[in-house]
Structures are given as C-alpha cells and as structure tokens.
Design a binder for this molecule. Structure first.
Ligand code: HEC
Ligand code: HEC
Length: 426
C-alpha cells in the first residue's frame, strides 16, 4: 500500500519520466551530444568538507569492504580505512549522473529533464511557483532546491522519503511493481545512444545500461552537490568579521530565542534537525561555529542505540513542522499542515518560497513569521505564546531587513556557477 502511495506521489513528480505522453510537440534535443571535460571533474570533495559537515555525516558513515564495485556500494557516506568520513562518489559515476540529470531522454517524449525544474542559476529550484512537467501538466508543489542533499534524512515537502537514493530509485522500482515496461524502454533507449556507451563503461566497467546504474549515477551526482562556501561559511574562519553590521544583527536574530529560526533550520545545512545529531555532536562545543548563540538544546536522552536522535527532537520538532501558513490547509503535507523544514542555504536564489510558492520574496517570508502566523490546532509550539495564541514577534523594519540580509549571506556563488554541476548539453 505504502509503496503504491509513494508511486502515485512520485508519478506526479517524475511522471514525465514514466508515463507516456505523445500530446506535446517534442522539443528535439536528441541530436545534441554532451560536452564533457577531457579530464573528469572532481566530484568527491570529501577531503574539503568542513568539520561540522563531517560530524553530521559521520552518523551515516558505513564501512564497506575493500574492492567493492561501484555497482554494489549502496552507501552514501563511507568510513575509510583511516577512520575518515568520505562521500561515496566516483568521478565517472557522477559524470554519468550529470548527463542523465540534464538529458531530456529521461522523459518519454524527450522534452523534460531533471534540470528543467531544478535550475542551477536558481540553486536547483524553479523560479516558477509550480513547475511545468510532461505534457504541460503542472506539479502540485513548488520545486525544491537541491543543496547538500546527502545531509538530509527527509526528502520532499512532505518528507516521505529518507534519502536521495530512495528518491531516485523508488519510482524506478515501483514502476516495475506497477507492471509497466517503460523502464526497460529507457534502458534500451539509452543503450542505443552512442555517447552513453563509454560513459557507462567508464563508470561501471562495462556498457550495460540498467535501472540500478541509472539510479546509482543520479544519486552520486546529487550527493556530490555539496555547498559550503557562502559568506556565512567564510565567516566561520574569521569570527564573522566579514559580515556587515546589518548582517550581524540578522545573524544574532536568526540564532536567538526570540525568533527561534535556528532551532528548526538547524545544523550545518540549516535544515531539519531530525536524526542528524549524534552523541558526539551534542557534546561538541561547536556546531555551526556558533555554539554560544545556539538556541536549541537537544535532549541527549533521546539518542537511540545508533547514536541518532530519535524522531522526537526536544519533544517538539522532527523533520517537519506546521508554521501556521493557513487556517485550513489545502495541501496537508505530511499531516495536519506539517511540511519539511527545508535548507535555507542559497535561499536568496530559490524563490518563490514555501511548498506552494506563495511568497515571492524573503521580505514576505519574514513578515509571515513576524506577524502572519495563523492559528491552527497543529501549529508548532515554538510559535505559540504563553497565551496559546500565535506569536507576534514585533520586529521593527531594521530588524526585518537585517534578517533578510543575513539569509542572503547563505548564498554560495561558487556552487551555482560551478561548471561540474551545469548542463553539459548547452
Ligand atoms: C516537473 C518538474 C520536476 C522534474 C522534471 C523533477 N523534479 Fe525534482 N522536484 C520537483 C518538485 C515539485 C519537488 C517537490 C515535490 C514534493 O514535495 O511533492 C521536487 C523535489 C525533488 C527533490 C527533493 C529535495 C529535498 O530537499 O527534499 C530532489 C532531490 C529532486 N526533486 C530531484 C530530482 C531528480 C533527480 C529529477 C530527475 C530524475 C527531478 N527531481 C525531476 C519537481 C521536479
Ligand atoms: C518550527 C520550525 C520552524 C521555525 C522556528 C522557522 N521555520 Fe522557516 N520553515 C519551516 C518549515 C516547516 C518551512 C516550510 C513550510 C511550508 O512550505 O509549508 C519553512 C520555510 C521557510 C522558508 C522558505 C523555504 C523555501 O525553500 O521555500 C524560509 C526562507 C524560512 N523558513 C525562514 C525562516 C526564518 C527566517 C525563521 C525565523 C524567523 C524561521 N524560518 C523559523 C520551519 C520553521
């Protein structure tokens, strides 16, 4: 049952990949060959990962026996012989993933690729509130940005899948469960394309095109999308002396108990605080380089046997929250108006905002938290005052401007201009 539901949801997202449609005039990209560098790009940035990233990822690290082939390793993060945390990324596999991500062949009428809805200049979000997919059909939600997806334990606005690996493979597998044959057709379609043969060979040792390999390649490419060079990140090395007074005020507000922004948009990825805080981290004086400002206080008693925080987070938040957008939700998200707590990295570039793209600007978002939170029986407790009513922060214009200015320090220009993540068909 659950799988069927996931399939239906995925079908609306990736329907273009799976469900046939001939009504649209195909935009013919088929004569285009990807332009790739002679020497593969370096996708495995494990060695450069900042300490807080490493610490968060260490909870997921799995030890893999030596000489396991690229086909076999299903882990996203591995522990190396010298006990270091490393991303499981092979440059050739990720290169193949890049090509697949941007190839419209993945849709049956050759019009849509992942990159059609996840645009690099928009930090892999879509500047439209909802995206146009296959056959001109629209998605029911706003396309999400993609940033450090390997750090996340909940994917999609309703948090229905735990990882990129599941996200990429589920539609494929469910598709087969549903008894459709298009996936075979996709394998055949790609196998017949000249430029894919050497790409599969370099990635996996032979030219066989399989759905598992397609999934593996997309996963590794997505997992390679690591971003840690924003102005904020740079500031961690100089006590934030690179931030203007306005940005500094915004930072202080963001990490304050007054706004509580950082208790939900938490950790190195400014995203859902679920399951990522290990015993080691909780005892660490330095998450985000901002320990003294941290307003959240994880309860070590709820760390389970794997060293993960349980689903309870300080008794209140897991990966999703109801932030009082509506009195009655049209889309209930996970349940009762709870939606994924998304990463705020590159947020300047990913508008419009929220699951339905209702806010065009960061100013509107901040005004929502300041004065617009609606009462709802499932409204997150963090937003309720002592009287049980929705909070009214009462920020003045200077403070609101400052919060927006701080959010803009989370933009990583190198990430959104890096050629290794760009469309190779252009
Ligand atoms: C037609 C537009 C469209 C296409 C094409 C598309 N996506 Fe998405 N993507 C979305 C939307 C909309 C969401 C949010 C869906 C939801 O929450 O129900 C999303 C969510 C995601 C997420 C979740 C991010 C997070 O932080 O939770 C990832 C990862 C992703 N897509 C990757 C892909 C990949 C890989 C492909 C190609 C195989 C792809 N997308 C193709 C629109 C699209
Ligand atoms: C109780 C947890 C919680 C707190 C506290 C919180 N947020 Fe959020 N935030 C969320 C959730 C959940 C969403 C997505 C809601 C949706 O789309 O329905 C969100 C969405 C956002 C978005 C839009 C993200 C996107 O990709 O569209 C921004 C920007 C944002 N929050 C900033 C802030 C700021 C600034 C503060 C502090 C004033 C804050 N948040 C406090 C949970 C929280």
């Amino acid at each position: 049952m659950k799988k069927q539901r996931i399939f239906l949801l995925m079908a609306s997202l990736l329907g273009f990949v799976i469900i046939s449609c001939q009504e649209n005039e195909p935009v013919n990209q088929l004569d285009q060959v990807p332009v790739l560098p002679k020497q593969v790009f370096n996708y495995n940035t494990s060695g450069d990962l900042p300490a807080d990233f490493q610490m968060e990822l260490s909870a997921k690290a799995i030890t893999v026996p030596e000489h396991t082939s690229a086909d076999e390793i299903q882990a996203d993060v591995i522990r190396t012989n010298d006990n270091q945390v490393a991303l499981n990324i092979d440059d050739h596999v990720a290169t193949l993933g890049r090509v697949l991500f941007y190839d419209t062949r993945l849709s049956l009428n050759n019009t849509i690729s992942c990159g059609s809805c996840h645009l690099q200049q928009s930090a892999f979000a879509d500047p439209n509130p909802i995206s146009v997919g296959f056959k001109g059909k629209t998605t029911s939600r706003n396309s999400m940005s993609i940033v450090n997806p390997v750090m996340n334990n909940n994917m999609f606005w309703d948090s229905r899948l735990p990882s990129v690996r599941d996200l990429v493979l589920e539609p494929v597998r469910n598709h087969i469960e549903m008894g459709m044959e298009e996936m075979d057709k996709l394998e055949q379609k790609l196998a017949d394309v000249d430029f894919y043969q050497p790409l599969f060979e370099e990635a996996f040792g032979d030219q066989r095109v399989t759905e598992e390999r397609i999934g593996q390649a997309l996963t590794q490419f997505l997992n390679s999308m690591v971003s840690f060079d924003s102005k904020f990140d740079q500031g961690k090395h100089n006590n934030f002396s690179n931030l203007s007074p306005k940005e500094t005020l915004g930072k202080d507000l963001f990490f304050s108990n007054k706004t509580k922004c950082s208790s939900c948009h938490a950790g190195a990825n400014f995203s859902a605080p679920d399951g990522r805080f290990t015993a080691e981290m909780i005892n660490s004086p330095n998450i985000n380089g901002l320990s003294s400002d941290l307003s959240f206080d994880p309860n070590p008693e709820i760390i389970d046997e794997f060293g993960f925080m349980g689903s309870e987070y300080g008794g209140e938040v897991k990966g999703t929250a109801n932030i009082g957008l509506d009195v009655v939700y049209e889309d209930n998200g996970k349940e009762d108006g709870q939606f994924k707590i998304p990463s705020l990295r590159n947020i300047e570039l990913t508008g419009p905002y929220m699951h339905d793209g209702r806010f065009a600007s960061l100013e509107e978002v901040v005004e929502h938290y300041n004065s617009g939170i609606q009462d709802h029986h499932n409204l997150d407790k963090k937003f309720k005052g002592d009287d049980g009513l929705p909070q009214r922060l009462g920020l003045n214009d200077t403070e609101k401007d400052a919060l927006v200015a701080f959010l803009k320090t989370l933009t990583d220009v190198s990430f959104v201009t890096d050629e290794k993540f760009s469309d190779p068909f252009k």
